[in-house]
Write a protein that binds this ligand. Structure first.
Ligand code: PEP
Ligand code: MN
Length: 342
């Protein structure tokens, strides 16, 4: 259910409607839009008696939302959500005119490795640095990440270079630590349906970058975002990172057609990860170009100065000079579609 407020409704009127909703044992999600505030209602298992809400001052109408996802839906908010990420180098936003570029290694391996790559990411003009301190690996014998010391290296990178930090939480324990150190909490493909982790991230005040599960449908992807939002965290950035198909020439199949499909259904920003989406270094540039052309709000790129010796995802990591070239090219493509790079 969605309560649409009049454009001139006062804050008190919005608050009174939220209180009435909460008094019914439901949760109210006031979402301000450009023209008016809409209040999403969750927590109901059946129909809500709308009569008393519709009669309240400042309310235009109550609309039943038939889709399974409510808070992520464009029905709730017609205009794009812009997720703002403050960094020492200035604010980076996802979902506005500017396209955000995130670069960095798959995993934080050593302080020297991470600092070397961070220097290149900054020099190329990006303002967000990625790198896992907790790695969800297929094999229990593969490098699992440095854990909290890796997060400390990331915090030092923010101090030293001014870059904002995106890093993954793989479970409830790591989420508490990641939240402390990172500017954006990443939830990986393997955890897209880890519902307790999604709810936990929903109680954080840090933005969440939610990756599509490797076999997730569009509805499942949006419902995962709904889990985060239903707990009150409305700063969700979606990420397409490729899905499993029968295709045998690529690690995953990057499903770029999901970008306009998401944008039609949801107000949330969506970025593309061509590194995991292809698994091959030579495919990262062409699919980055395509991702920007198709309308992505950002790119997440794995970069390593010595990929042959990387502890994870070396084959898909591009070299620093390739990253700089990529940023130059996508800047031009962004210009053609009336966007910029931030
Ligand atoms: C990553 O970004 O390093 C990662 C593990 O990604 P995904 O969850 O998409 O596999
Ligand atoms: Mn990786």
């Amino acid at each position: 259910m969605l309560v649409v407020m009049q454009s001139h409704a006062t804050e008190e009127q919005v608050r009174a409607v939220c209180q009435r909703i909460e008094s019914l044992g439901l949760k109210a999600h006031p979402i301000p839009g450009a023209a008016r505030t809409a209040i999403g209602i969750t927590g109901n298992s059946g129909a809500i008696d709308i009569g008393s809400l519709e009669a309240m001052p400042g309310v235009i109408e109550c609309i039943p939302v038939s889709k399974p996802y409510k808070l992520v839906s464009r029905d709730l908010k017609a205009e794009n959500t812009i997720v703002h990420v403050p960094t020492p180098l200035g604010e980076v936003s996802f979902g506005g005119k500017a396209i955000a570029i995130v670069g960095g290694p798959c995993a934080i391996e050593t302080r020297e490795q991470a600092f070397t790559i961070a220097g290149h990411i900054k020099a190329a003009g990006a303002r967000l640095f990625r790198g896992g301190a907790y790695k969800p690996r297929t094999s229990p014998y593969a490098f699992q990440g440095l854990g909290e010391p890796g997060l400390q290296i990331l915090a030092n990178i923010r101090d030293e270079f001014g870059l904002g930090i995106i890093t993954e939480a793989i479970d409830n324990e790591s989420l508490d630590l990641v939240e402390k150190y990172a500017d954006v909490i990443q939830i990986g493909a393997r955890n897209m349906q880890n519902f307790s982790l999604l709810k936990h991230a929903g109680r954080s005040r840090k933005p969440v970058l939610l990756k599509r599960g490797m076999s997730a449908t569009l509805d499942e992807f949006l419902m995962a975002a709904e889990y985060v939002m239903s707990e009150g965290n409305y700063n969700v950035i979606l990420c397409e990172r490729g899905v499993r198909t029968f295709s045998d020439f690529t690690r995953n199949t990057l499903d770029l057609s999901i970008i306009p499909a998401v944008q039609r259904r949801s107000h949330l920003p969506i970025v593309v990860d061509p590194s995991h989406g292809t698994g091959k270094r030579h495919k990262v540039l062409p699919l980055s170009r395509a991702g920007v052309a198709v309308g992505a709000d950002g790119l997440l790129i794995e970069v390593h100065h010595d990929p042959d010796r990387a502890l994870s995802d070396g084959p898909q990591s591009i070299l620093p000079e390739e990253f700089a070239h990529l940023v130059r090219e996508v800047r031009e493509i962004a210009g053609v579609i009336g966007r910029t790079i931030n």
